[in-house]
Design a protein around this ligand. Structure first.
Ligand SMILES: [Fe+2]
Length: 199
């Protein structure tokens, strides 16, 4: 048997991602059937996404005090507590948006936020209290902020496309607050915490 033929046989049983035909076949096999309550239009996806972030923000309200309590840096603790106040405002803002849309304000478990908070707990328990734990708390908090920035960025775009301009304005305010929180965490890390943690 020639080498080229042998190669062909291997490809037939071990499809590569670069093999367009194999990718197409996999796409068929990997197709996910929609649930009975699956969103059928952008408006429904928008509302579902709002429920998801509503759950996430409420979960954060519960988790931030613990993060602040485990921070040693006064600057970090106050940044987290300040963000707790802002998060409570964001929850109220989401309720305002549900109201604008004529929808009931209700949360739907956000698996991503649940995972990020679980990872945050692990980071805290796996670091000794002081600057190293502070650096870990900032790392976990920035992952959360980046998730929120991505979420609100999408929600603003959805709201604009749907012509929900009042909702878009409110969501843009929250997006700006999340970006600001990320900047504050960056400053605390780069100007103090990371430097002390490295000593
Ligand atoms: Fe938030």
């Amino acid at each position: 048997m020639k080498n080229s033929e042998n190669q062909g046989q291997i490809n037939a049983t071990q499809p590569k991602a670069t093999d367009a035909k194999a990718v197409k076949n996999n796409a068929k096999a990997n197709f996910v059937e929609p649930t009975s309550d699956a969103a059928t239009n952008l408006k429904e996806l928008f509302v579902d996404s709002l429920k998801d972030i509503y759950w996430a923000e409420n979960a954060l309200v519960g988790a931030l005090p613990k993060m602040a309590a485990n921070a040693t840096s006064a600057g970090l603790a106050s940044a987290i507590l300040e963000h707790l106040d802002i998060t409570q405002l964001q929850v109220a803002r989401l309720e305002q948006i549900f109201n604008l849309l004529g929808e009931k304000a209700e949360g739907k478990k956000c698996e991503a936020m649940a995972g990020l908070l679980k990872e945050g707990d692990s980071i805290v328990s796996e670091t000794t209290p002081g600057p190293v734990r502070d650096a870990g708390i900032i790392a976990a908090s920035q992952k959360i902020e980046h998730y929120e920035i991505a979420t609100y960025g999408t929600l603003v775009a959805f709201a604009k496309t749907l012509g929900e301009n009042d909702a878009a304005k409110l969501l843009t305010q929250t997006l700006a607050e999340e970006k600001e929180a990320d900047c504050v965490l960056n400053d605390v890390a780069l100007n103090t915490v990371n430097i002390v943690a490295a000593e």
